[in-house]
Design a protein around this ligand. Sequence first.
Ligand code: AAM
Length: 354
Amino acid sequence: MSIISINDNNGFLDKIKNKKVQFSCVISSIETTKYIPISGVNKKVIEYTPAADMELVIMGKSLSIPTPPIDATGCPSPATITRANVDLKNIPVLTVDAGSAIKPKIPYISVDEKPTGDIYKGRAMNNSKELFKMGEIIGKNLTSDALIIGESVPGGTTTALGVLMGLGYDAKNRMSSGSVKNPKELKLNVVENGLKYAKSKDVFDILNAVGDKMMPVVAGMAVSSVKKGKPVILAGGTQMASVLSVIKEINKNHTKENILKSGLISIGTTEFVLNDKNADLKGIIEQIDENVPIFASKFNYDKSHIEGLKSYCKGSVKEGVGAGGISVYSYVNGLIPDDIRAYVEKNYYRWFKK
Ligand code: AAM
């Protein structure tokens, strides 16, 4: 089995089989990561990571920096996995910029030029409601039969923690990280301080204080797609769980159209997040809505001859750039984990030649 399925009561995977799909990735940077080490992303390239990730996914190489993002253990960005899927399955890609510090050197849709602000001071943004509406417009105008939405937001597991806590969920010890050593205490301190500045418990006030700009945009895209009857994979781990909680909150007064119970929305992630001993994705989703299925894709990276890929199995990186969710789609539509591993291995030395 190449996919681990949890709560798949409504046959979600059948709904994405042989369907024309669109992959979209929403990117943003967060000011706080410049001076507080909350993110697992390599500090040297953190500002460039969202741009370089999307360049790799679309062009097959990073343009803004010499190599795609890679950490000290040789563990490459999850964009390498996403690129494999896009190339092998010919999946169309739409980049949405919600404030990346460095702009990608490829065409993209811009919803906000400025990065997410300082979440420590509760100043993430002041336009989360507008960003949600922008996301809805994008979703409404997509013509595919199914949608996969990923993210590249260094520091994003911290904003995800802040939003879940602000909305009253028990998320403290359940959030994943882009690094082996998840700086949990530091992340908690940052969001607890930021939440003091939230104007109210309203979801848009919480987002404005401690969220990131990717979150309302992805929520809007997902809501409008589900309303059109199209299946959506929120492609990510605990960050997408947080987006799911935002969707639930925004949708709570719409009794006619319950997005979470539509059978059209799922979380698609990697086995590395699902099995992360420092996190509990399942425990978060159960608190939001136990009917939402979770799918985790396997990669057989323990079989790799490249140390950097093996380090995924030891807790490096784990997920990002929609890697897990897009692989779920590809596995349903004919690929096997070894196809992705072989593709990444074949290209690894070309991507990372010094
Ligand atoms: C995205 N691109 C990445 C990467 N991510 N390149 C290298 N390593 C990653 N981990 P944290 O909250 O620790 O910063 O983790 C979230 C980030 O890690 C996101 O950008 C996610 O897409 C992933």
